[in-house]
Design a protein around this ligand. Structure first.
Ligand code: PMP
Length: 360
């Protein structure tokens, strides 16, 4: 089955671990001992409850999540969290601080402004979001402070979480969730669309500190209320059952690899190889400042747009797919999430050297 798979550098939905896909394939028409597909069983069955509970337990084990945090598996993507966060956490008369590090942070800010008062605590927009800003101007008594830990489009990443005092830190961790050991007790709330590091699209992870659930106004639409979702263990309505199953298999795969310390070492090594090649001669040019470079989305340019087009075309022909940068910024982007194989990074480095030799 796997022999015709190519190297998939897509930013998301992104490559999944091959053993996960193979297990899902084996079990697709009949889960062992069940005789039905996971897609055909009730979300209230013992089997599915077991799948959901195991996924949450594995997430807790991988992250060492403190007991006073809830893990929710919701729908609507990270984009719905742009609205749910302020609807649940931003009270009347309060201000939420946002750090504007990317097109995705900007979208989060736009949605929050529809709900309440927003203060932009720092922004790198004027420098085309090529770095993570240093100093933040925080609002005393802010309802929360929102950051985007990894900026998928621009290829930047926070190297350490900012100190935001007493305000809960809220983080969009969509594109670097579980890519390295993370102290979740630093967050009030963290959320991620699953389709980069955690599983398929359609599942949204929310990790929330229990006390913050008390902020959810009872007047909210039920489906947008974290408290209701938490009280019902993510089973208020029918969850995306197949997606939750694949997410569970992905977490098991990560545990089998040795967990977050092990994957962090692999991720460091993969990114280091690519950045070393980008920096080698000056033919390729990294777009992020060096101290802000992402280990997940490696963005770079070639000397001309014409060469970038040729690079993308020839790379695709060579089985290296999805290297075109986001349509809003152009250039190239290699997304090398947890499941992206190191052999694919080696293949890209060889391709870059060969392309430069021919066209440089
Ligand atoms: N935040 C970040 C950092 C992202 O990369 C993305 C998707 N690329 C989103 C939010 C939006 O996620 P979704 O498509 O799940 O709504």
């Amino acid at each position: 089955m796997s022999s015709d798979r190519i190297f998939n550098f897509s930013a998301g939905p992104a490559v999944l671990p091959l053993p996960v896909l193979e297990q899902a394939q084996r079990e697709l028409v009949s889960l062992p001992g069940v005789g039905m597909s996971v897609m055909e069983i009730s979300h209230r069955s013992k089997t599915f409850e077991g799948i959901l509970d195991a996924a949450v337990a594995d997430f807790r084990a991988l992250t060492g999540l403190p007991a006073h945090y809830k893990v929710l598996l919701l729908q609507g993507g990270a984009s719905l969290q742009f609205s749910m966060v302020p609807m649940n956490l931003l009270g009347a008369g309060q201000t939420a601080d946002y750090v504007d590090t990317s097109t995705w942070s900007d979208k989060a800010i736009k949605e929050a402004k529809k709900v309440g008062a927003v203060h932009v605590a720092a922004s790198s927009k004027a420098e085309t979001y090529n770095h993570i800003p240093g100093a933040l101007t925080l609002t005393p008594g802010a309802a929360y402070v929102h950051i985007t830990t990894n900026n998928t489009v621009e290829g930047t990443q926070w190297k350490a979480l900012p100190d935001v005092g007493a305000a809960p830190l809220v983080a969009d961790i969509s594109s670097d969730a579980l890519s390295a050991p993370t102290d979740f007790s630093r967050f009030g709330l963290a959320y991620a669309g699953a389709q980069k590091n955690l599983g398929p699209s359609g599942v949204t992870l929310v990790v929330v500190r229990e006390d913050l659930l008390e902020r959810s106004p009872a007047s909210l639409p039920t489906m947008l209320n974290y408290k209701v979702m938490a009280e019902n263990g993510s089973l208020y309505n029918t969850p995306p059952t197949f997606g939750v199953y694949i997410l569970g298999l992905t977490l098991k795969w990560l545990k089998g690899l040795g967990g977050l310390t092990a994957i962090a070492a692999i991720n460091q090594r993969k990114a280091a190889k690519l950045y070393a090649e980008i920096d080698r001669t000056g033919f390729y040019r990294g777009t992020a400042q060096k101290d802000s470079r992402s280990l997940m989305n490696v963005t770079f340019r070639l000397p001309s747009e014409e060469l970038e087009k040729a690079f993308d075309k020839e790379a695709t022909a060579a089985g290296l797919d999805g290297l075109k940068g986001h349509r809003s910024v152009g250039g190239m982007r290699a997304s090398i999430y947890n499941a992206f194989p190191e052999a694919g990074v080696d293949a890209l480095v060889s391709f870059m050297q060969e392309f430069e030799r021919k066209r440089g």
